[in-house]
Design a protein around this ligand. Sequence first.
Ligand SMILES: [Zn+2]
Length: 154
Amino acid sequence: MNVEKCGQIMHDYLLLDRHEHVPLKITAHLLVCKKCRTEVRLLTIADKACTKPISIPVPITSDSITSIMKAVIPNYTAEEPEFNKVSLKRWVVSGLVMIFAMLFFGINSYSQNSQIAVSVYLVFAAFITAYLALFVAGNMDFFIKKLKNLQITV
Ligand SMILES: [Zn+2]
């Protein structure tokens, strides 16, 4: 085959986009020219190798990841940082304190001005709502586990 024609055919082939229809002129040349056919086949293999996702055969529990993290971050520890340091017992105790405070205020303000009592109850309600939102957000793992257990048993 003519070297210049092969060069032109390969040039035209490389101008094509990925998955674009190969023109008949190039296809016809590839049918008869083994050199160009081999080049196109190798280009296709290289393209597939370059575009497939990278798989790293390292288990996530491997010590190599820990050693890399220690190299990057000097004071790195393998344990997950504990964001929620408030125990469930403290949440319950503080919730009970809030409820008793509200009840105590209710007993004391029974005979006083009712408008002040309503506004104070609204403040209590806002605090309790914020408390519950923080409690649920802080203990999301606990609630997710409970929901998963419910789904299994139902
Ligand atoms: Zn050729």
